[in-house]
Design a protein around this ligand. Structure first.
Ligand SMILES: [Zn+2]
Length: 275
């Protein structure tokens, strides 16, 4: 069966993508978002395919050929932005109109991400040609380039994308289904609101007088500290875990340093609990 929608995880293989930082490579996050959406669309009965399903290199011409020849009506081209802004952007072709792009942007906004802009752009001096090849070379497939946020944001995109990329991926699924006339239901295993997840708390033992914390946009290793917590001084410290960036590395919000990463392997005597 021909797909109705094709999902394109931007970049891949030897092209990591510019929307990368110390926490992720753009190609990997694009793929995670896309694989998540692919499974959700299948659950919802939307005929769907992917341009790549692993860490594969695709040249622009290979990529656009897959899309043109897919028979799909629509394409999501998933990306993470760079360049120092904050918020999501949706780029549509000068052909095909902006309605789908606006629906996607509204979905992202409703899920908690701010929208920087919905726009279209032409090649310099060529008012009839789209600037971006994903818009220009994908034939009759209505392609939206979705930039979920900025990898180098100095506002909240790095935290938001680390914690909530699935929420944003789901928001696009919901917006697309509603726009295209497919009935939408929340999946069994995913929750739209990250706040509904079971809370966990991190306890730092009173025996420790100095505990490193790291900024969200740095690798949590010695030398990158944002500061030190002093559990002893407070008779031990307790924080709600608001995310995790890798095994045994958690995101907590501290009074003095704001949202930070903290390394808390069981052998450090830190304790995780639901209270
Ligand atoms: Zn990209």
């Amino acid at each position: 069966m021909k797909p109705f929608l094709i999902i394109d995880p931007g970049h891949g293989g030897n092209d990591p993508g510019g929307g990368s930082n110390k926490l992720w490579m753009e190609k990997d996050l694009n793929l995670k978002i896309s694989l998540y959406q692919y499974e959700r669309y299948r659950q919802l009965g939307v005929p769907v395919m992917l341009t790549r399903r692993n860490d594969q290199t695709l040249t622009p011409s290979q990529r656009t050929k897959i899309i043109r020849e897919s028979g799909a009506v629509y394409c999501h081209s998933n990306h993470i932005n760079a360049g120092g802004g904050d918020g999501a952007e949706v780029i549509h072709s000068i052909y095909g109109g902006k309605k789908m792009a606006e629906a996607i942007a509204k979905g992202l906004k409703d899920s908690g991400q701010n929208i920087r802009r919905v726009f279209t752009r032409t090649l310099p001096g060529k008012s009839k040609q789209d600037y971006y090849y994903m818009n220009r070379e994908t034939g009759s497939v209505v392609t939206n380039i979705i930039e979920y946020g900025f990898a180098d944001s100095n506002r909240d995109d790095i935290t938001q994308l680390s914690l909530y990329y699935k929420t944003y991926a789901e928001a696009v699924v919901k917006a697309f289904c509603e726009f295209a006339g497919y009935s939408y239901q929340i999946g069994k295993t995913n929750k739209l609101s990250p706040k509904k997840e079971r809370k966990r708390y991190l306890h730092l033992p009173v025996s420790a007088s100095s505990w490193r914390v790291y900024p969200l946009n740095a690798v949590p290793v010695k030398g990158n500290e944002k500061g030190y917590l002093n559990p002893r001084k407070f008779g031990g410290l307790r924080y709600e875990v608001i995310g995790s960036t890798q095994d045994h590395v958690y995101i907590i919000e501290t009074r003095d340093f704001g949202k930070v990463q903290i390394y808390a392997h069981p052998k450090t005597n830190a304790l995780l609990s639901e209270k």
